[in-house]
Design a binder for this molecule. Structure first.
Ligand code: BGC
Length: 392
């Protein structure tokens, strides 16, 4: 089917500070990458050197034909010590925002994308209630300085991933498997979103604000329904609930989650194609299922703030996005309030514990020289963005 995006439907690409800037040594992730015995396969190092090359990145976003660029501002640069704010770092992000506007690109800003300053992590990070005030104060300062240039605001990126991977699976900092701290971290992440939402809305600028949630298509064999509901309620609905009445909820979907009769996640189904770099199922249908569930639970309008695939096979990327967009098209044709689609990611970048091997980018980045080389999928998706239409 042909999908025509409605007037004002936002077509964008995304990134995040720690994954592209380089040299973000003052946050918990840098410490985690350098600590012995963690699951990290390599360190972030210079990343894509986007700290210096942001103008080039934004020019690419413009040349491909996208409307918006989602990126995050790095808390540990803006507030390198408790209560000590860097005017230079804030000015830096003002220049990045201004560069977006100069290129006709609407900047979508994420205030927290997985990384927490070292000083806050040392005081207990997300498990400590004071992080709600601290994060709120950071958002207040940031929006005061930057708000007039922001087009869309995401408070916290995937709080459900921060809590699950950091406090249960142990693959994100602080690397724990502790259910009582998981419960605390989840609560503080949710409260921090609520606080940040209010603070950002009260600041200068008049732009939509929301929370982005990691979501998926959930499946269980007969008899596992109750376990599935429990797991999904804990992982997704807990946060979706907190977006009721917000300007939007950001849906981020990549794959499927299979829950066994014991209520725990299962391995990929034998025979289902796998995204090798991430060792999960190739499941573009996940986006449509996630949009529907987000709307059911939250009721807020949806922006797809992330969807994509980590593959070296660019035609597979095109197939994956085509299928995912067809799901968006079905939602739109039923009148569901979906306001945008953002591809993850602009650049091949630092994929957290997996390092640089999973390549989600529309643009390849030379690991030595940082030279950017667009892949065919960049022109393909950019043309769809420009036309506002996906033909069969
Ligand atoms: C995160 C990104 C990550 C992407 C691909 C999302 O969970 O927000 O930082 O790179 O998925 O795995």
């Amino acid at each position: 089917m042909t999908i025509t995006f409605p007037e004002g439907f936002d077509r964008g690409v995304a990134s995040a500070a720690h994954q592209i800037e380089g040299g973000n040594w003052n946050n918990d992730w840098w410490a985690w990458e350098h600590a012995p015995g963690t699951a990290c396969v390599e360190v972030s190092g210079d990343a894509c050197d986007s700290l210096n090359r942001y103008a080039e990145d934004i020019a690419l976003v413009r040349d491909f034909g996208f409307d918006s660029y989602r990126f995050s501002i790095e808390w540990s640069r803006i507030e390198p010590e408790d209560g000590e704010f860097s005017r230079a770092a804030l000015d830096y992000y003002r220049r990045v925002l201004a560069a977006c506007h100069e290129n006709g690109i609407a900047p979508a800003v994420t205030f927290h994308h997985f990384t927490t300053p070292r000083w806050m992590a040392a005081r207990g990070g997300w498990a400590e209630p004071e992080i709600v005030d601290r994060f709120g104060r950071f958002c207040e300062r940031a929006v005061e300085h930057l708000g007039d240039l922001i087009s869309l605001g995401c408070t916290i990126n995937e709080p459900n991933v921060v809590s699950l991977l950091g406090y249960v699976m142990g693959t994100f900092p602080p690397g724990l498997a502790d259910f009582s701290l998981y419960a605390k971290a989840s609560e503080h992440l949710r409260d921090a979103h609520v606080r940040a939402y209010d603070v950002i809305k009260a600041g200068p600028g008049d732009f939509p604000v929301g929370l982005t949630v990691s979501m998926s298509d959930w499946w269980t064999p007969e008899g596992g329904e109750a376990g599935l509901e429990r797991a999904r309620a804990m992982h997704e609905d807990y946060y979706l609930d907190a977006t009721r009445g917000n300007d939007f909820v950001g849906v981020q979907a990549y794959t499927r989650t299979r829950i066994g009769l014991d209520g725990l996640p299962m391995d990929p189904e034998p025979g289902t194609p796998i995204v090798e770099s991430m060792n999960y199922e190739y499941w573009p249908q996940s986006l449509e299922a996630s949009i529907r569930h987000a709307i059911d639970v939250s009721g807020a309008p949806v922006y797809v703030t992330e969807n994509g695939i980590g593959t070296d096979d660019d035609p597979t990327r095109i197939s994956y996005v085509t299928e995912a967009l067809q799901g968006v098209g079905r939602c739109l044709s039923e009148g569901l309030d979906v306001r945008g689609y953002t591809y993850w990611s602009l650049l091949d970048n630092f994929e957290w514990a997996e390092g640089y091997t999973p390549r989600f980018g529309l643009v390849a980045v030379d690991r030595e020289t940082f030279v950017r080389t667009p892949k065919p999928s960049a022109a393909w998706l950019g043309a769809i963005a420009k036309a506002g239409r996906l033909d069969p």
